[in-house]
Design a protein around this ligand. Structure first.
Ligand SMILES: Nc1ncnc2c1ncn2[C@@H]1O[C@H](COP(=O)(O)OP(=O)(O)O)[C@@H](O)[C@H]1O
Ligand SMILES: [Mg+2]
Length: 195
């Protein structure tokens, strides 16, 4: 499996999703995370602690990728049209995380429009940072996105993700009562990818 996590907006959970989807794939096969963002957030995450997979730079990807079963690529925000075309063509599935607010969804729709113009159908929207209460916003987002392929499972907004990033570990290793439930969200999304 080659999964790319992308999107127009910053701060919508791309890196967090790339890291946790890589955790999911690492539980079933040899997994590599390719850090394609010049900000190196995924690399920083792995260096602060330990992650259950190797993280390499985009420039190292060609050398490393042949020895891995699953590859997850984290990318920078604001891909231009050519970037997006290359991203969409270069993976089995493009995961597009978005928060459920109107601004993020507007930005996302630009990306989706471009993907549709390119004729790509290998992408799916992931709603992230969804407030457990009220659920209304996520429901409205689903209505706004009804024509677009989406994951059934939402990723809830939980403080343990920030702790995980700070500690450099997967969320399930954080000491927080919501750490296990948080992991269940990404586990369910990982299973949707393979189903
Ligand atoms: N589900 C979530 N709940 C709460 N905070 C989150 C969640 N996902 C990400 N975050 C936090 O939001 C910020 C941006 O997330 P990040 O994954 O770096 O986004 P991006 O890669 O799109 O810029 C980080 O501080 C991260 O810890
Ligand atoms: Mg990022």
């Amino acid at each position: 499996m080659l999964i790319t996590v992308a999107g127009f907006k910053g701060g919508v959970g791309k890196t967090t999703s790339a890291v946790h989807l890589a955790c999911y794939f690492a539980s079933i096969g040899k997994t590599l995370l390719v850090d394609g963002d010049p900000n190196r957030s995924a690399t920083g995450w792995s260096k602060r602690g330990h992650l259950p997979f190797k993280v390499v730079d985009l420039m190292q990807a060609a050398l490393y990728s042949p020895s891995y079963e699953h590859i997850v690529i984290d990318t920078a925000a604001r891909p231009d049209r050519d970037d997006l075309e290359a991203l969409a063509d270069g993976c089995n599935l493009l995961v597009l995380p978005t928060t459920p607010d109107a601004l993020a969804i507007d930005a996302l729709m630009q990306t989706v429009d471009q993907l549709q113009t390119l004729g790509s159908d290998r992408y799916r929207i992931l709603l992230t940072m969804v407030h457990p209460k009220p659920v209304k916003m996520a429901a409205q987002a689903r209505v706004a996105l009804s024509e677009v392929p989406m994951f059934k499972r939402d990723i809830r907004r939980l403080i343990c993700y920030e702790k995980a990033s700070l500690e450099g570990v997967p969320v399930y290793e954080v000491k927080d009562r919501m750490a296990k439930p948080a992991w269940q969200d990404y586990l369910a999304v990982g299973k949707e990818i393979l189903s």
